[in-house]
Design a protein around this ligand. Structure first.
Ligand code: BGC
Length: 701
């Protein structure tokens, strides 16, 4: 029986296991216990034989005691695939997978990552990254799923379930309010209790309630304390209020600053015991840290480790699982579901069997562009570029020509001579990604081992000037132009979005991205991705962002909630995406439940091709007596419909869906006012269908 450990944080503790762990803890010396609270051997390998090439293997990550025959835990990053020097499957980046809005495929991705991680000897994974995309400039935007807490929580829970099905301990990271990269080691995020509970934490809670058994604390500070030292965050909210049963590990190297972190609730310092180890032992001996906190940390680690290591597992894991055919096909399938068609003035799909010339323009079309080169990057055995994908999918009478765009006159000739032009624009790991400090940022490194800093927050939200110029020239040369945008989050497109006939977000699409792209272009699959964030018309419509900030305030509004509150229209709203067919929505029907209604709607495929629609359910707060968003996403379902087919989808409401966090009573409250239900194809469309409903007093909040 497969067990995804879904009740890990909610089922009653197993008394026999707790007793066994207690007797081990009672038998261990302080030195032995403290040794279990950190990784070991990282620096020796990293600065030695690995020549500072991070991610070569699974790293020891806490636990381990020879006398009791307890092995160490082994950690393997991360959200894009199992990270290792061995070749593994490279999936589309998390943001692309967020655009699928597809829980089922994300669970299958989690399973594949876990199977490969197990084959590499790991017991804990560096996925699941669920930081909220507050601003599109965030360098690591591509590692998370999007801007909305409900959507983030659902997708993160699906990945967790997949990972833990194979007894890999999932990691919810980076806890919390981690969404600026360049200043991640110092920035102090000032956030009210209300914004924290309503906007920045619900997805973490959702993922933990789906059984996620470990948490990685973030580098940044929250309200004055580093996250690994934050009593309110780790001790009070995570462990006491939410009842989290697993363990917390620090982000790496600069994630912990003293032995007192164990008191706050940090159980494991990674990757080595710099502030734990002998320093923590001394602090306990001097009475500065209560040994009971050390005991608690060991208890949490062993409880988690034993639960996962002893669970039934119907399969074995071997080298043959690494980048195996099934996982590669899954990578292609998920990429195909992730593309978001933003505009299509009748250009797509292309007929592959026509006699035609397709000009593919832009150097990114012919480059392997898998995303950032930080901790989430993986090492696939090969990767299919957009150009290669198009070449292998095109019919015998289609000629594919390529121009990298470096010579505008030549490029224009090429575009003029073609029947269709596909321009691939966007970013690479140099423009956005995890900030990895190089020699200039790290003192005392061997000058023979030069390593430049890389990644970081994006310094602009438009495309590069050269890309924008290229689009303008190409659209003048040929009106059958498709622009494919490679990026990890929103790109402001105002200066050019009216020019091309079609626009598609391709993201960093993984090792099979080129093949999946060609399938979408030639109509073998119907684009079904939906934006997991808002694309604004102007950067001024976004919240304040400063990549170098020492401190910054996070409030209730960002993304669609901010645009709606300030009355701005998006260029492309949250949840938006087109396909090759049409869907028509009926009226919302309310059926009275016990205390709260359920809402139903009929959706019909009124086009002539099969397709998948993502039906989105929002609750509106227009009658609220306090400051609240116009509306919030509260559910979504994907429907596959053949031409002419109608399906009904239903959404129920809980009191928690209506509640706000009251800072005075420190509790969730439902206002005694009417609310509205909205269902639609995206955040803007949903506002065209509204049903008001009354709330009876809560007893389930
Ligand atoms: C990143 C984490 C990652 C860790 C180990 C850190 O720099 O912030 O996301 O899991 O490295 O690779």
């Amino acid at each position: 029986m497969v067990n995804a450990h879904k009740d890990f944080n909610t089922a009653p503790l197993d008394p026999a296991l707790e007793q066994e762990v207690k007797s081990i803890v009672d038998d261990l010396s302080l030195t032995e216990k403290v040794k279990m609270l950190s990784g070991h051997g990282f620096f020796e390998k990293f600065f030695g034989e690995e020549n500072r090439q991070f991610g070569q293997r699974a790293y020891p990550a806490g636990s381990g005691n020879e006398r009791h025959d307890i092995p160490s835990l082994y950690f393997c990053d991360g959200p894009r695939g199992a990270r290792h020097k061995r070749n593994t499957t490279c999936f589309p980046v998390t943001m692309a997978r967020g655009a699928t809005w597809d829980r089922d495929i994300e669970r299958r991705v989690g399973e594949a990552i876990a199977i490969e991680a197990r084959a590499l000897g790991a017991s804990i994974s560096g996925a699941v990254c669920i930081n909220l995309l507050r601003h599109p400039a965030w360098g690591r935007a591509q590692e998370t799923y999007g801007e909305d807490p409900v959507h983030l929580g659902e997708m993160g829970a699906a990945l967790t379930e997949g990972l833990q099905t194979h007894n890999i301990i999932a990691t919810a990271k980076h806890f919390a309010v981690n969404s600026i990269e360049n200043s991640r080691f110092k920035v102090d995020v000032r956030v009210t209790d209300r914004a924290l509970h309503e906007v920045y934490l619900p997805h973490f809670k959702r993922v933990l309630m789906s059984g996620c058994a470990s948490v990685m604390s973030a580098y940044n500070k929250i309200n004055g304390d580093y996250c690994a030292h934050s009593v309110p965050l780790l001790r009070n909210i995570l462990k006491e209020q939410w009842g989290f049963r697993g363990f917390v590990h620090s982000d790496w190297v600069k994630g912990c600053y003293g032995a007192d972190a164990v008191t706050a609730g940090l159980d494991v310092e990674m990757p080595e015991g710099i502030f734990y180890g002998s320093n923590l032992e001394g602090a306990v001996e001097r009475g500065e840290v209560d040994e009971a906190h050390v005991d608690e940390a060991v208890t949490r680690i062993l409880r988690t480790q034993f639960t996962f290591a002893r669970a039934d597992d119907p399969r074995t894991y071997s080298e043959e699982d690494l980048a195996c055919e099934a996982h590669i096909q899954l990578s292609r399938e998920v990429a195909g579901k992730s593309f978001v068609l933003l505009k299509n003035d009748g250009l797509l799909p292309l007929d592959r069997d026509k006699a035609q010339t397709i000009a593919v323009i832009g150097k990114l079309a012919a480059e392997v562009n898998l995303g950032d080169r930080g901790s989430s990057s993986v090492n696939p055995p090969y990767a299919v570029t957009i150009l290669d994908g198009l070449k292998s999918a095109a019919g015998p009478d289609t000629q594919i020509v390529f121009d990298d765009g470096s010579d505008p006159a030549r490029m224009i000739e090429c575009a003029k001579a073609a029947d269709v032009v596909i321009a691939i624009v966007g970013y690479t790991w140099e423009d956005e990604g995890e900030f990895i400090p190089g020699n200039e940022a790290l003192e005392g490194l061997d000058p023979d081992k030069q390593m430049p800093s890389r990644g970081g927050d994006r310094s602009f939200l438009n495309l590069l000037k050269s890309d924008e110029d290229m689009i303008a020239e190409l659209s003048d040369a040929n009106d059958r132009l498709l622009v494919g945008v490679m990026s990890g989050s929103a790109v402001i497109m105002e200066s050019w979005r009216n020019k091309p006939a079609a626009i598609m977000m391709t993201w960093y699409p993984g090792m099979e991205g080129g093949n999946a792209f060609a399938s979408a272009i030639f109509g073998d699959i119907n684009p079904e991705g939906r934006l997991p964030f808002t694309i604004p018309t102007d950067a001024d419509h976004l919240p304040f962002f400063d990549a170098e900030a020492d401190d910054i305030k996070y409030g209730l509004y960002h993304g669609y909630t901010l645009l709606e509150k300030s009355g701005q229209r998006a260029a492309f709203p949250f949840g938006f995406g087109l396909g090759y067919t049409e869907f028509t929505y009926g009226d919302i029907r309310a059926t009275k439940g016990d205390k709260l209604p359920t809402f139903e709607i009929d959706v019909t495929n009124t086009g002539d091709k099969p397709g998948t629609e993502t039906v989105q359910f929002y609750i509106g707060f227009g009658e609220s007596l306090i400051d609240r968003p116009v509306k919030l996403l509260r559910g979504f379902e994907k429907l596959f419909l053949r031409p002419g087919e109608t399906k009904t989808v239903a959404f129920s409401v809980t009191h928690q869906d209506l509640a706000y966090y009251d800072e005075t009573s420190r509790s969730w409250q439902v206002e005694p006012v009417g609310h509205t239900a909205h269902i639609g194809a995206n955040c803007e469309d949903a506002l065209t269908r509204t049903v008001r409903f009354e709330t009876e007093p809560a007893d389930d909040s």
